[in-house]
Design a protein around this ligand. Structure first.
Ligand code: F6P
Length: 356
């Protein structure tokens, strides 16, 4: 069997661990070949690929990013740089020219949607769910999420000591797009006093009340640590958009809501309010041990699906088990934090404000 492998969308810690596991698991039987497609689907259009041998994936388990490169502006079915032209036939022809029997596609929701379209066109695909946002349906976790949460937790630890020393309100803004998973789990891990997520629009006055109540305590307990997701918004405001990228399949780039909250909060409280934008620090660097193991399990499972000819599936974690779901069920869907999620209940139960 000759299998292509590509990484699409934004990068995240653990991509190399999947590439390594898929390659090693497929090469073990001596009957398979693996080709890495460079820079996501763009590589299928630009004709960029290279063979992957065991030596090519040696020493990459703990390395962040992706050795194949990625691209989050490329949709062969709607090439925006070419006025929205459909270049999928060109991509398909390149895959056929390489003699690929199938493709392992590692990516988030946009990448899975494109992967599903290739599957429908007759290029067999197995998907592997990647994103720090943890917002893909039918999988309890995506790899990369745990690493992002670890960055947020460490940042909050650091912000809390300086917040206490100065009696400040410290706002930390996380990534996560339209889902609050990173802010919720990172905020809980870092002991945030308030966690603001997109699924539950917040009331600025309620957040100010919390800060004032903490100020009234004085001393080192008088500071407030707020963890806010980039997709969160006040009840009387819309999303805070950092940039519009018209050539992207996902043109809205969020960011800046932490700063916006700072401006609204400052006149309502006595302490100084400061904001830290965690940004791409959450996506870079080495994956956590948990993500290395999850990514390896996902890569191994993807190889098993390929060997069994079970294409049109996406690997998934359900409870403790790595299983798979239909790619068509995942395409075009996302997974917000449900209002009755146990972690939200725990947050409320220990007095963490959700700003409502
Ligand atoms: O989907 C992953 C993610 O990091 C989001 O959390 C964030 O909104 C987006 O990608 C940022 O994308 P870019 O790096 O293209 O600005």
């Amino acid at each position: 069997m000759h299998i292509g492998i590509l990484t699409g969308g934004g990068d995240c810690p653990g991509l190399n661990a999947v590439i390594r596991a898929v390659t090693l698991a497929l090469l073990r039987d001596g009957a398979s070949r693996v080709t890495g497609i460079e820079r996501g689907f763009h590589g299928l259009l630009a004709g960029r690929s290279r063979p992957l041998a065991a030596d090519d994936v040696a020493g990459i388990l703990a390395v962040g990013g992706t050795i194949l490169g990625t691209h989050n502006l490329c949709d062969p079915f709607h090439d925006r740089e070419a006025g929205g032209a459909d270049h999928s036939a060109q991509a398909l022809a390149y895959a056929r020219g390489l003699g690929l029997d199938g493709l392992v596609v590692i990516g988030g929701d946009g990448t899975m949607t494109i992967a599903n379209r290739f599957q429908q066109l007759g290029l067999p695909v197995v998907g592997v769910p990647k994103t720090i946002d943890n917002d893909l349906p039918y999988t309890d976790r995506t790899f990369g999420f745990d690493s992002a949460v670890a960055v947020v937790a460490e940042a909050l630890d650091r912000l809390s000591t300086t917040a206490r020393s100065h009696g400040r309100v410290m706002i930390a803004e996380t990534m996560g797009r339209y889902a609050g998973w990173i802010a919720l789990e990172g905020g809980m891990a870092g002991g945030a006093d308030a966690i603001l997520i997109p699924e539950s629009p917040f009331d600025v006055e309620r957040v100010a009340e919390l800060c004032r109540a903490r100020e009234a305590r004085g001393g080192v307990g008088g500071c407030t640590l707020i963890c806010i997701a980039e997709g969160a918004h006040a009840q009387d405001e819309g999303l805070t958009v950092r940039a519009m990228l018209p050539n992207s399949p996902d043109p809205l780039r969020l960011g800046g809501v932490g700063q916006a909250l700072q401006y609204r909060l400052q006149p309502l409280v006595k302490s100084e309010v400061r904001t830290t934008l965690l940004g791409h620090t959450q996506r870079g660097g080495s994956p956590t041990a948990y993500d290395r193991v999850l990514a390896t399990r996902f890569g191994f499972e993807a190889a098993q699906l390929v060997k069994a000819g079970r294409f049109g599936r996406m690997v998934a974690l359900q409870g403790e088990d790595v299983t798979s779901v239909a790619l068509a069920d995942v395409a075009g869907r996302s997974r917000p934090v449900p209002p009755d999620h146990p972690l939200l209940q725990a947050a409320r139960g220990i007095g963490v404000s959700l700003g409502v």
